[in-house]
Design a protein around this ligand. Structure first.
Ligand SMILES: Nc1ncnc2c1ncn2[C@@H]1O[C@H](COP(=O)(O)OP(=O)(O)OP(=O)(O)O)[C@@H](O)[C@H]1O
Length: 681
């Protein structure tokens, strides 16, 4: 029956024709069950796996597609469902998964022949062939799915038994586990793992408008991992009915598992069995040339198309015959044009290409759309971090995990990776990534520990501190040097200043002496005896020999120079006046300022600074230690002036002042004094 309702979305279209044909090598012997039942008890065991049509029947029927279409049950056909209900004895009001509406939902309605499994009155779903109930594994204590399939013929062959053994041995996280099987009362029963969140097809609808790319990738990886596992068997296991209805979800963990393994068959050479769902069947499945596991890849391509577009493939076709015609003519589903992502499109197109061009499940997993770059992990290292054991872990590719030794002193990441690629241990496309990861690990190993880092910080702080101290010392030295230079230059300034003052004084004295000499030459001036007396009464003549005195007097009589000389001594005397300790500091400073040609304001300033330091008298000043002077706050000049003044007293007290000879006099002046006159008097 076709879907005539144009409003019905393609996702809701579940009336796909489900065609199953019996294999040509139909089983002839009864199976051996692990529950010790005799195989004779289970006649017609294999029959329900097919509708007993030969491949030739199918092709012939497809010549008259409408007839064929109407002759097969559809999933949503109410009529079909009613038929199945009565065939399986399902109570008319039993609601699928609606446990709350039925008080009897958890009631045990049947027990397995080996009494391990009990079927509950909870219907999980119905397909074209199977009715599935919730059940409990009493041995393990967990819930399982109780699948029943109507069959009028008894299974009686060893091949089937073999197939069941293989189905039981299929153990993969992405394939629904097959636990047990038996035949009873015209039905074939098998127990499988229970999936709680429905099929992938239902889930796509829940994530409307479309599942995002991340989810599509996650689902695809899981489906392909399951297929890679099945196809990796020898001989490969072909599922033959991959479609979103047969892929189940565990919503809590996002697990995806391939179900409906009852139709799987070992690939023993090429098969000539047509079995599957038209929309998902590869062209070679319609042919009589046989097919291999690549039909599952074709079907996966259709699943990916459904995930990416939300549309059922060949939704534009009204029946299986139309689909068959399009597939045979190589016409792709219309919704393929709606695929936006180029990588998704690339994968789908490859899956729908000719059998020999299709990638394997493993190759699609490694396609850039799905590939997850491998991790490189450090498994072990010796205490010196020289000999390392590293491992490349390929996520999503269970088989590949490469462990290798690495010597930090002799190996480089580049060399080691290149070597492994040459030896085909690693795929070349990850060369750059793996090299980078190894180098990252090597850098991490070199990284100092926390205590080493703390030590490094401590050392760098110490180094910085030491640099600053050295800089400080250097600067202090420069400052001292500069200060010394200033003092030296000040000293020179003082010298020049005093020489200038002396010259000035000599100049004034010379003028005055000239005037006095003129007075002496007049009759009313001082008599020789009087002059002699004046000279001898001068303090500076004290202690001189008679000869020196006479010379001096002669010189005095001789003119200006002698007088200059006397005045000079008097001046020194004035400057070397002794200040008693109790002399007021103000008086001392005023003299000092005057002597150094500084004004009264300077004198006030110096005095204030001294008084601020509690230096009130000359005695206080004398008591100062050398280092205290610097703390007074006076300029170097002022300090020198004060010190000189104090030292001048000492000079006057302890030694005779040294006098330089007077400068040469002008031509009209008297002749220069005798050598003795330049001596210390
Ligand atoms: N393991 C399971 N856990 C939970 N529910 C299940 C399980 N297997 C099947 N079902 C439910 O039963 C319904 C019918 O199962 P299934 O599709 O496998 O039957 P079928 O007759 O093989 O159908 P078809 O061959 O058309 O896919 C599913 O749609 C699903 O709702």
């Amino acid at each position: 029956m076709s879907s005539d309702n144009p409003q019905q979305s393609s996702l809701e279209r579940s009336n796909s024709l489900h065609v199953r044909f019996s294999p040509d090598n139909a089983p002839t012997t009864a199976p051996q069950f692990n529950d010790n039942r005799s195989s004779e008890e289970y006649p017609n065991f294999y029959a329900p796996l097919s509708q007993s049509f030969s491949a030739n029947d199918t092709i012939a029927s497809l010549q008259n597609p409408d007839e064929l279409y109407n002759s097969y049950p559809t999933r949503t056909s109410f009529q079909h469902r009613s038929t199945l209900d009565s065939a399986y004895g399902i109570p008319p009001h039993t609601e699928i998964n609606d446990q709350s509406s039925s008080h009897d939902a958890e009631k045990v309605v049947e027990v397995s022949p080996n009494e391990r499994y009990v079927k509950l009155n909870t219907l999980l779903g119905k397909g074209a062939y199977k009715v599935v109930y919730k059940a409990i594994d009493r041995e393990e204590g967990y819930e399982v799915a109780w699948n029943t399939m109507q069959s009028m013929q008894s299974p009686n062959n060893k091949d089937l038994e073999h197939e069941i053994q293989i189905l039981k041995s299929v153990r993969h996280p992405n394939i629904i586990a097959f636990h047990d099987a038996w035949y009873g009362e015209n039905e074939f029963v098998f127990i499988t793992e229970l999936m709680t969140s429905g099929t992938l097809r239902e889930y796509i609808r829940k994530l409307a408008p479309l599942p995002n790319l991340k989810i599509i990738k996650r689902w695809s990886r899981q489906i392909l991992k399951g297929l890679a596992y099945l196809h990796g068997h020898n001989p490969p296991i072909i599922h033959r009915d991959i479609k979103c209805d047969n892929i189940f979800i565990n919503g809590a963990h996002g697990e995806v598992k391939i179900g409906d393994m009852g139709t799987a068959e070992m690939k023993l050479g090429k098969k000539y069995t047509v079995i599957g769902t038209p929309e998902f069947m590869a062209p070679e499945m319609y042919e009589e040339q046989g097919y291999n596991e690549k039909v599952d890849i074709y079907a996966f391509g259709m699943c990916l198309l459904e995930m990416a577009t939300g549309e059922y493939p060949y939704g534009e076709c009204k029946n299986a015959a139309q689909i068959y015609k399009k597939v045979s003519a190589g016409i792709k589903p219309a919704c393929l044009l709606k695929v936006q992502n180029p990588e998704v499109l690339n994968v789908i197109e490859n899956c729908l290409s000719n059998e020999d061009e299709r990638m394997s499940a493993q190759e699609i997993l490694e396609h850039s759309f799905l590939a997850v770059e491998p991790d490189v992990v450090l498994l072990a290292a010796d205490p010196d971090n020289v000999h390392l054991t590293l491992q490349v872990v390929f996520k999503g590719m269970d088989k590949l995990s490469v462990k290798f030794d690495f010597n930090v002193e002799t190996d480089t990441a580049e060399e080691v990776v290149r070597e492994m690629i040459e030896e085909q241990v690693l795929p070349e496309r990850y060369q750059h990534h793996i090299t980078k990861e190894i180098n990252r690990i090597l850098r991490d190993i070199d990284k100092p520990t926390e205590s080493e880092q703390a030590e490094q910080v401590r050392r760098s702080v110490w180094r910085r501190e030491s640099d600053i101290r050295n800089e400080l010392d250097r600067t202090r030295e420069e400052l001292n040097h500069a200060t010394d230079r200033v003092l030296e230059i000040e000293q020179k300034c003082d010298d020049f200043e005093s020489r200038a003052r002396a010259a000035e004084t000599r100049y004034r004295d010379a003028l005055r002496n000239l005037r006095e000499l003129e007075e002496l030459k007049s009759p009313t001036s001082l008599s020789e005896a009087g002059l002699s007396e004046a000279v001898s009464s001068t303090p500076i003549t004290n202690g001189h020999t008679q000869e020196e005195r006479e010379k001096l007097v002669n010189h005095i009589l001789d003119g200006t120079f002698v007088f200059v000389y006397i005045r000079r001594l008097t001046l020194i005397h004035t400057h070397t006046v002794e200040y008693s300790d109790d002399t007021d500091i103000g008086v001392f400073v005023a003299d000092c300022a005057q002597a150094s040609h500084r004004g009264a304001d300077k004198a006030h300033e110096w005095a204030r600074k001294l008084q601020n330091q509690d230096i009130m008298t000359v005695g206080d000043l004398r008591d100062l230690h050398d280092e205290d002077w610097a703390g007074i706050g006076l300029t170097v000049f002022a300090l020198r002036a004060l010190k000189n003044m104090l030292k001048g007293k000492k000079l006057a007290a302890n030694q005779q002042p040294q006098l330089s000879p007077p400068p040469p006099q002008p031509a009209q002046s008297p002749p220069p004094p005798p050598a003795s006159s330049s001596l210390i008097l």
